[in-house]
Design a protein around this ligand. Structure first.
Ligand SMILES: Cc1cc2nc3c(=O)[nH]c(=O)nc-3n(C[C@H](O)[C@H](O)[C@H](O)COP(=O)(O)O)c2cc1C
Length: 193
């Protein structure tokens, strides 16, 4: 079994639903076991969770976009990972990222860009969504990759929507497909090494 992890934070539960969709998609891939690693509200991980990340062939990073970047809880974990950076423990693992926020744009790209830079500091290999955008005049909100993001997955939850209402079904489906891609890539990458 190739182990993979979805490392994410969610303040109010919307990004958690997207993380679950990505984890499910990745775990669907034969030969892959993918687990959620949930960052606590004080920005901490247990020793067992750090070990799980250490064993994982792929780590998908996720956070809501708050004030134009990842939540501080994610950043705290990122800074704590600097002790692993010294030893390049995450070198050559696959990396990918997703974010969710209230506005269609809302500066989500900045969060994805942060994840990418973080992954590069760890000498990881970045994978994008590989999902074609729903960008024609016929496109509907529940189409896959309606937000048209390639470098990582984007999702939008209206600021007054409950976690039952958002992220919308199309964004969650995009999450599952994105997770499947990461699982398939992790398998290929792991076998080729
Ligand atoms: C402190 C804070 C800052 C936020 N900043 C942004 C932002 O920069 N862009 C945006 O589109 N939405 C922003 N939002 C809205 C959240 O991204 C949105 O409500 C998201 O669904 C929350 O995800 P969560 O339920 O996983 O915490 C912000 C919300 C909070 C609480």
């Amino acid at each position: 079994m190739v182990e993979c992890a979805v490392l994410s934070y969610s303040g109010y539960g919307h990004t958690r639903r997207l993380a679950d969709a990505v984890q499910r998609g990745c775990d669907d891939v034969d030969g892959v076991m993918c687990r959620n690693v949930v960052i606590s509200s004080d920005g901490e991980l247990s020793a067992a969770e750090w070990e799980l990340l250490d064993r994982s062939a792929a780590i998908v990073f996720g956070s809501p976009t708050y004030m134009g970047g990842p939540a501080w809880q994610f950043k705290k974990v990122a800074e704590a990972s600097s002790r692993l950076w010294y030893e390049q423990r995450w070198k050559d693992k696959l990396a990918a990222g997703f974010t969710n926020s209230a506005s269609m744009n809302g500066d989500k790209q900045v969060t994805l860009q942060y994840f990418f830079t973080f992954a590069m500091q760890h000498s990881m290999i970045w994978a994008g969504t590989a999902l074609m955008p729903a960008s024609t005049s016929q496109a509907r909100r529940n189409d896959v990759n309606f937000l048209g993001s390639f470098s990582g997955l984007m999702s939008q939850s209206p600021s007054d929507a409950s976690i039952q209402e958002a992220p919308p079904a199309g964004d969650l489906e995009s999450g599952v497909l994105f997770g499947r891609r990461i699982g398939a890539c992790a398998l290929q990458w792991h076998r080729g090494r």
